[in-house]
Design a protein around this ligand. Sequence first.
Ligand SMILES: [Zn+2]
Length: 399
Amino acid sequence: MLCSHMKIRVRPKTAESTRNTCESTLYLFFMFATPFILYLCICSLSMSSSWASSASKADAETLRRKRINTSKLYLHVIPSKVPIIYSSYYDISFLGIEKLHPFDSSKWGRVCRFLISEGHLQKNSIVEPQEASRDDLLVVHTEAYLNSLKSSMNVAMIAEVPPIAILPNFLVQMKVLSPFRKQVGGTILAAKLAKDRGWAINVGGGFHHCSSGRGGGFCAYADISLCIHFAFVRLNISRVMIIDLDAHQGNGHETDFANDGRVYILDMYNPEIYPFDMEARSYITQKVEIVSGTTTEKYLKELDKALEEARRNFAPELIVYNAGTDILDGDPLGGLKVMPDGVVQRDEKVFRFARERNIPLVMVTSGGYMKSSARVIADSIINLSRKGLIDITSHQRRR
Ligand SMILES: [Zn+2]
């Protein structure tokens, strides 16, 4: 037999060959198993990071609810008060720096003085809000953003008043940021009053360029976003419509409520002026662009069409109306040519829109950069009262 002639040498199993066999087996095992082990590691890492991220989201939401529920801003308002909110602390006046911005920073006080001196409103029937605390602001804002306001330079850029940069920050907090925080308290409280009374007007607020992590365009705090988050939790509201009719695009609340189905944003703005925020524009639910030079008739026609479309699209439980008066003809920043009577008619249309569907409405006064703005806002409030859309007298008789 062939085999018999062949000398097959079977090598005796030495320690070395045994080690080689083991190494080969281990090599093969790792070669085939490594991708599988890697896959398992990646899966488990991504699952644990997604659990961690949903856990941290849940923690953040719990903290937000806790902050809202323990806030003092939803103060009790006695029935004899009218849901018009204002405090003399709103008005910014300090060493003349307020004159360095085209913004009339005593506009809010002048609106009330017109209404009181002409007998439409009694001084003691106005609601005085509380100033928003750091905890209140953290409902929307990041720690990093609030800390950035400890730099006077940063506040100077947001307020667009360069000399603020050289002031000690404690003065900036006291004279600039504290009035803003008081107005924020007013906007937040307005939602509670609107739910109780059907409407509320904060004679300040409307800082629609500020989002959770960024201020700008004279807006240091995101009062509209804060107002809506408080309403979600404390008023059990889940569908809000923002009607933003300031001349500028409301990029702050648009960024904060990007892709949030609970908030419908109708924004009518001039696309040729600040802030040119293209990303925020993509978050507007209903965009109406009004070019420079648009006159009263055309503006009101566009508004009618827009409100009709909004009516068909969304059924809100609360409306936040950002009623900037910088659409007025002659405003140095708005670029539009709407006459004072056009602003009065605009406000009437929005209040009628809410009243016809029995939706609580919060109005904030937002931008408006001429001395005449205060007069126009006061005239508009008087008109709303005359048309029976708001009641600023009957509450006073109840006292
Ligand atoms: Zn504006």
